[in-house]
Design a protein around this ligand. Sequence first.
Ligand code: SF4
Length: 361
Amino acid sequence: MVGLAEPLGAVSPKATAESQDDARFTVEARFYEKQAEKRIQCKLCPRACVVGDRERGYCGVRENRGGTYYTLVYSRACAAHIDPIEKKPFFHYLPGTMAFSVATAGCNVNCKFCQNWDISQSRPEQVPANYAPPARVAELARQSACPTIAYTYSEPVVFVEYLMDTADAGHAAGIRSIVVSNGYIQEEPLRRAYGKMDAVKIDLKSFSESYYRQVVSGQLKPVLETLVALRRMEKWLEVVYLVVPTLNDSEQEFRDLARWVKGNLGVDVPLHFSQFHADYLLKNLPITPVATLERAKQIADAEGLHYVYIGNVPGHPAENTYCPKCRKMLVQRAGLQMTQMLIRKGACPFCNHAIPGVWHV
Ligand code: SF4
């Protein structure tokens, strides 16, 4: 679980339950439509919640007050950390740098394996938070020498207004923005909010609708549409697939996934197969065997993807980046640390093959 962070200690004293009910955290939502009898329809994620007066949407962080919809988590940072960018994971975006990472409470799905369930499945009043307005986050990132602000840990879709304004504040201070998301978002907020991001990592949790329904409480199709849209927007994109034993680990699913990625996103999008560790509502399942992850990689490699990684297995050779042309190792990693970087001017120094990514600040 992410800690409540020292980086925000300087922002303000930790909010008390009383002070958390503060107007500072409550601003009008940006993506919704007013309806009859003070109802609203949220236009932020595919759930499209219709919310009556004094009620909240599914994510629990947006509330209808008299026919106007509000986010309750603007500047309400319940977690912040300075993390290696490899932890997100981004492997082809500013490797070896640190990301100033923030989150609020709330999520628009309910993954049974969530590692951060205590903030993602909580209402804002249930978790301690700090007042961290966008300009302050940008300033802290700059003071900490982080070239990026990362929106992560819970689900950034549900704190989209805070993300948008923090990205603007960050850019004004020369700090880039990156997001770690489930991609469960409607098209307009995707364009307007993730359009402000410099890099995006999407957790594609399975390649089957039934898994999305039963394990995630969401849908696959809108996530695939998000991935295609991000590709068109020319955002730097990486995809993570958490391999959960017995639930989404069939060879057929790995093959279908790899073919879809190749056909819709291209062979150069990094695909990370991550190891599952029992958590939250799936404590009955074992850790993903390394052999299963290796089989997934083998299948995706055979389908022609160029950058297929194995994640959460520190020291595994598939944490490294290899040139798809001459096969030489170009970036060496050990766990979350980059230990060697040989890419020069965006290319392999041995055969000059271009390696896609953003390699230097
Ligand atoms: S963002 Fe929240 S309120 Fe809006 S549609 Fe999604 S779950 Fe419902």
